[in-house]
Design a protein around this ligand. Sequence first.
Ligand SMILES: Cc1cc2nc3c(=O)[nH]c(=O)nc-3n(C[C@H](O)[C@H](O)[C@H](O)COP(=O)(O)O)c2cc1C
Length: 190
Amino acid sequence: MVNIKVIAGSTRPGRFNIQVANWVVEQAKKHKESANVELLDLAEINLPFLDEPIPPSKGKYQNEHTKKWASIIGGADGFVFVTPEYNHSVSAALKNALDFLFAEWNYKPVTIVSYGSLAGGARVTEHLRGIAGELYMFDIREQMLIPNYWDNRDEKGEYQFSDRQESKLEKQLSSLIFWAKHMKTARQEL
Ligand SMILES: Cc1cc2nc3c(=O)[nH]c(=O)nc-3n(C[C@H](O)[C@H](O)[C@H](O)COP(=O)(O)O)c2cc1C
């Protein structure tokens, strides 16, 4: 079994993010024979701005909230980043949550699901790939971009995910779980 964490990367009241994150969690739970899936909602986790005196790459965390976050991420084998695109880049909340730690992200796969206007979050996805590389993560090539999501919501404001999106996400999740399993074994040799 591998532990997959779906990270909800927007903390705004009324955010669209949580709809996408919940959809990803639901899809991922179909892999219950091979993966434990958990939503990590940054709005609930509520980290302050990075307040560790020593750079995270040294692994000398001093604050209780950092130790708690490190234990959650340290126990994970793979991630889905569900991300908004703010000014062509990563939300402060998601970047902060990533910056807090180092070793706990290392040698773990990540797949990215983004949304936004016409580009569907293509630019934040590219930025996240660079950040993932610096954290020694493996970013899966396949990606989910959801452009102009506001055009495809019902009267209650619920986004209508299509079968095509569902099968595309399934490919991402299968790949994520495959690499999570194999990278878990590889990490044991480090
Ligand atoms: C601070 C801010 C900056 C934004 N910049 C972009 C952007 O660069 N590209 C884009 O596609 N949408 C942008 N948007 C629109 C967002 O795609 C849209 O508001 C989306 O709902 C944000 O995600 P959230 O609701 O989950 O927080 C921006 C929104 C905010 C609040």
